[in-house]
Design a protein around this ligand. Structure first.
Ligand SMILES: Cc1cc2nc3c(=O)[nH]c(=O)nc-3n(C[C@H](O)[C@H](O)[C@H](O)COP(=O)(O)OP(=O)(O)OC[C@H]3O[C@@H](n4cnc5c(N)ncnc54)[C@H](O)[C@@H]3O)c2cc1C
Length: 251
């Protein structure tokens, strides 16, 4: 019986570490994380306003940056997240977000999927009959995958390099695995890129699973750097599922 995921798991792998140059100190006011300080430093360099003549807190300063649409300042702060418990169909949509992102995803050619887990589509959760029908299909697909790998390994016995033979078997057999197969992906993005992706994928128009992942990611990043993501508001939409809307569209 495979494992079934009903939530994404999100882990922060890396965040900015700001090293303030002693010869260009900024008059900081208020709280700020390293990512926020780095962006403020970069923004202030443009006008050499390190003395902070307007007496702005870091969070007010960055609020103004978003309001003015100076999104390039946010590009200095990168966050790397490990996303797990998400489906291949979700990542197929996620990797369409190109600008400012880097991805490394589990390879189904190399990794044995005989014990792969699967992600229950959020829309069927709570309906036992639908979940049972869906699980039956999943289990059958995985059994076919296992049988195909075995048969292909035998068929290509003459390929001496066992690693290559396994790859040949797995890359063909994966064709029967469903979109719901769980995957893992490392995603690095700068704050501007995360904002653009989250705006699109946390909206009511987005598919339920990626929307759930986007809301969870938004909560993680709001803790990392509130100033970059404070203009997102999470609410329960008419379809009774969480969505988010943004004040400063695509800065
Ligand atoms: C609700 C929803 C439904 C969707 N449905 C479909 C669908 O049915 N079929 C489908 O194929 N896709 C679909 N998509 C994906 C969509 O078309 C985009 O590929 C995806 O949202 C990434 O957007 P983007 O290209 O703006 O992002 P990014 O690649 O991250 O780009 C961000 C911004 O950078 C700029 N930019 C990036 N690359 C270029 C470039 N080469 N030239 C000029 N400017 C550039 C643009 O301003 C762009 O908006 C859907 C997306 C959503 C949110």
């Amino acid at each position: 019986m495979p494992h079934f995921h009903t939530e994404p798991r999100i882990t922060v792998l890396a965040r900015p570490q700001f090293a303030e140059p002693a010869h260009l100190p900024v008059q900081w006011i208020g709280e700020g994380t390293d990512g926020e300080r780095l962006a403020e430093f970069a923004g202030r360099l443009c006008y050499m306003s390190q003395k902070n003549p307007a007496n702005r807190t870091t969070r007010d300063y960055l609020e103004n940056i978003k309001k003015q649409g100076h999104g390039s300042v946010l590009e200095h702060a990168n966050y790397s997240l490990l996303l797990e418990g998400i489906s291949r169909s979700l990542t197929h949509e996620l990797v369409r977000h190109r600008a400012g992102f880097a991805y490394s995803q589990l390879s189904q050619r190399y990794v044995d999927e005989s014990d792969a887990a699967f992600v229950v589509p959020p829309a069927i959760l709570g309906d036992e009959a639908l979940v049972a029908a869906w699980k039956a299909q999943i289990e059958s697909a995985q059994a076919t995958y296992v049988a195909l790998v075995d048969q292909l390994m035998a068929r290509y016995q003459w390929v001496d390099d066992k690693v290559h033979r396994r790859k040949m078997a797995r890359e063909a057999a994966r064709g029967v695995l469903p979109n719901s197969t769980e995957t893992k992906i490392v995603v690095t993005g700068n704050a501007r890129a995360w904002r653009t992706m989250l705006e699109l994928r946390s909206s009511e128009a987005a598919e339920f699973e990626i929307r759930r992942m986007a809301i969870a990611t938004l909560r993680v990043l709001q803790r990392e750097a509130p100033a970059f993501f404070s203009d997102f508001e999470i609410y329960v939409a008419a379809d009774r599922v969480e969505a988010a809307r943004i004040v400063y569209h695509k800065v």
